[in-house]
Design a protein around this ligand. Structure first.
Ligand SMILES: [Zn+2]
Length: 84
């Protein structure tokens, strides 16, 4: 699954994921990752237990690394291939 984001990408974007502000193409990659990765699923559970301000404080400052942009492009390409 080449379009799946890395653990680091997921944890960087998890705040936006839980707030529902991520584009659908990115949410799908994170959702799949969370299904398969116990570490990130546990990270999500911990994050949901925190108030929003604390979550933002924990989010790494470099919010849009090149890796995430590359993954997004891969997700979009994969979604195009899957669309009938
Ligand atoms: Zn992970």
């Amino acid at each position: 699954m080449t379009f799946m984001p890395s653990c680091r990408d997921v944890q960087i974007e998890l705040t936006e994921y839980t707030e529902g502000v991520l584009p659908m193409s990115r949410r799908i990659g994170i959702w799949i990752h969370l299904l398969l990765c116990k570490a990130c699923a546990g990270f999500l559970r911990g994050m949901r237990a925190l108030p929003g301000l604390a979550r933002r404080a924990l989010t790494p400052p470099e919010a849009v690394p090149e890796a995430a942009t590359k993954v997004l492009a891969e997700v979009q390409a994969a979604l195009k291939q899957q669309t009938p």
